[in-house]
Every structure is written in structure tokens, then in C-alpha cells.
Write a protein that binds this ligand. Sequence first.
Ligand code: FES
Length: 165
Amino acid sequence: MEKTIDIDFKEIDAIINRYSGNPEALLMIMQDISDIYNYVPREVIPVLKERLGVKESLIYSVATFYKTISLEPRGRFIVNVCTGTACHVRGASRVMDALSEKLHVKEGETTDDLLFTLQAVRCVGCCASGPVVTVNQETYGGMDSSKAVKLIENYKELRNRVTAQ
Ligand code: FES
């Protein structure tokens, strides 16, 4: 099933306008779009082509070259489970299994509602707090299976509250 998301095309226009439609700003524009959606939705590609006058192949090249930019759907919340040595010995794999079961996705996959992407990462630099999970820019230490599941439930609730406003 194709994963889709509601795109605010006015917001996309505003981003392009911020760079005066300058094709040389393609990378920055794609980065700004990624900052909102965590990826560059494919529906945006025709807009980039038209407004910036760039070729589709250039858009694909940027997405291929820069690791922070993806054209594949990714969740609003990127959930990273640290699987570095310190976190591993403290039970990171149990945390990963619990999250995988809770979200019904395997490592590296995105939920159908495009809310969560579950990933394994190497040491995130706070080994003393392991097992560590990060969600977007936030870091959570001392995780176990039930705390990690609760954390996800909190993000889901937060998202529901925001969309209900
Ligand atoms: S090993 Fe997980 S933070 Fe270092």
C-alpha cells in the first residue's frame, strides 16, 4: 500500500519563496522540506521542477548524495534505538523488539500512518544512560521495553492532541 501524507503546498511555496526560487538553493529547499516531513514527498517533485526550473534527475541526485534527505516516506517521528555496545549489553535488543511489536514494523521501516520510522543506530554518545532511544532531536535514557512503549504512546497522544486543535 502506497503511504501518503497531507502536504501543505502553501508551505512548500513559502519555502521556495524564501530562497527567491533560486535553483542553486535546491539542497537548502529540500532540507527545509525534510525538516517538516522528515523526507521530501514525491508529490513535491513537480513543484520543485516547475518553480526552480531544475531537472528531476538533479533532485534525485541530491536525495541520493545527502544522507539527511530521503524521497522515501519517513515518519514524523524518527525513533532511533541505540544498539552500540553499552546499550546492547543493557538490553537494547529487547527495547527494539518491544518497539517493533508495538509499531508493527521491522527495523528500518515506517508505519503506514507515516507517524513513526524505527531505526537502529550506533552509539549516540551518552552510554552511561543506556539503553538510549532518541525521537527526532530528543534523547531518552534508562529505557526498557515498557518505558519505550509508553514513550511511543506519549508521542502518539501528543500528535493526536496537535491534530485535534
Ligand atoms: S552505546 Fe548507546 S549511547 Fe553509547
